[in-house]
Design a protein. Sequence first.
Length: 80
Amino acid sequence: MLAIDECEEWIWHILDCTKDCGFEYISDTNKEFLIFNTNDFFADMKALQKIKKITGMILVQMSTHNCHTQLWFARSKSRS
């Protein structure tokens, strides 16, 4: 499983976000989340499938308000 910072880099690369973008990392005992905020995201199923294949993270929530999109990606934490 990729380290979370590598997941963040891959997701930015795949989303091809270029302006007004940011992200946040949240974790609990079982899951970890990357929350991406962007103003220039367009839904693309191939991109989302690629993110899942490379990072193991799936899109669990997406919201849009005033041309601002928030994407929540999640995966289970690895067991060591």
